[in-house]
Structure formats: C-alpha cells, structure tokens
Ligand binder design. Sequence first.
Ligand SMILES: Cc1ncc(COP(=O)(O)O)c(C=O)c1O
Length: 246
Amino acid sequence: MPPGTYPHARRDPRCPATVQLFPGTRDARQPDCDRGRPGAARRQRGPPLDRRRRSTHAHPIREAAIAALEAGDTRYGYSQGTPGLRQALSDYHRRHWDVDVAPERFCVSIGGMNAVVMAMQAILDEGDEVIMPSPAWPNAKQVVAICGGVNVAVAFEFHADGAITLDLDTLFAAVTERTRAIFINSPSNPTGWRMPLADMQRLRDFCRERGLWIVADEVYNHFVYDGQGPAPSFFCSCATTPTVCW
Ligand SMILES: Cc1ncc(COP(=O)(O)O)c(C=O)c1O
C-alpha cells in the first residue's frame, strides 16, 4: 500500500500546517501502525524493534545513569550542560582537533537533531534559504522547513570510479539575496562524502565575505575506515575567529 494511503497515517487536520507538509511524518508513523501485523515490511528508521529491547549503551553510561538516579540526582541540571561535561568537551576538542575552545562556549544539546534544530531556529527567518548538498539527511531538510526556511539543494557529483564530489562553484552560484546559511554534513549521511579541508577553508572565506552562516554537522567525524580519519573539521579551519559558535 503506498504510504500516502495508509489509513492511520492520513493528514491530521489538528496538526499545524508546517507538520502537515512532511511526507516523512506519515512514514514515521507507519511502523507503529504495522507493529504486530504479520508479514508487514519494516520501514522505520533506527534499529529494528526486536533489537531495541536491550540497551546498546556501553556499561559505563548505563552505570552512571543508574548511579545518578539512585543518588537522587534527578533535578534540573545546568541548561548549558554541567561544568564537568563542558570541560570534558573542551579537552576532547583539544585532543582531536588541537583547538582551544573554552568550556563556557559549549552548549550541550539532547542529541544531534536537537542541536541542528536550535542552530536553525537561532538563524532563520521566514523565507530564508539554506543551501544543502544533496542527497541530504531528510531530517535536516525538514528542520529548515519547520523553521520557516527554504531548502535549496545543490547536487553532489557521482563519478564512474565511485568518487563523490561537490563543486563549490556550483554551490556558490546557488547563493541568492535570501541565502542565510549553508548546511554541511561531512562525513555525509547518506552518501559518505567527506569535504576536503581545502574546500572547508574556501567555503569559510566565501561565507565570511558574504555574511553567511555555516551550520556544520560533523556527527560522523570518526566514522572513517580508510585510515585517513578523523575527517576534516570546520574546527580546524575556523578556530581562530571569535565570531564562530561551536
Ligand atoms: C547527519 C546526522 N546528524 C545527526 C544525527 C543524530 O541525531 P540524533 O542524535 O538526534 O539521533 C544523525 C542521526 O541519524 C544524522 O544522520
């Protein structure tokens, strides 16, 4: 049955217009509707339901969470993240990227998605354009729309030898008066493309000149399997400016 015709996933008139815009909303609900229906194909994102029963988190994380609960450490914490965690993040960035980012410059989110939402909410006004190398992570495109922005796709180039590249001149040509930001997810989900450091520097210079934001999602930075990791980071190309928000 095509996703749009699934009975429980009809558009719900009580949802705001922004939410109704998204075909993905229907897809996300379908697995729940299908749960337990014999022969139903699984289309949901994330690990299959039968693997979700057991926590895949490493022991120290589980143990720290249990210990915190038992110690009654359940009240509101620091909204920017605990000082200890922010110090650990600062140390982590020095260790991996050799950059000095003071602990007070970190803001701990409740996940990668939440970080992207907060960044987009902070910079987008209605109708602002966000340029996104594509194919792109669907959630990122939807965040732009939810924040009232317009997603402008710039296609990756797929080569016969399997290489994937992004032509920066094509990307620069997509910039208009309404462009507010360029979203770079490197290494990319879903393509695996990695932006070379020289391109990051060129993009940085272009964006500084044009007054554009770079929203960098580098969540897969250490997922590099050819011995060339971790992947280049905007941390290395922008670290010296005081105007950068990490
Ligand atoms: C490109 C990208 N960024 C961030 C995330 C992480 O999001 P979250 O921590 O909210 O699961 C994902 C997860 O799929 C992702 O693919």
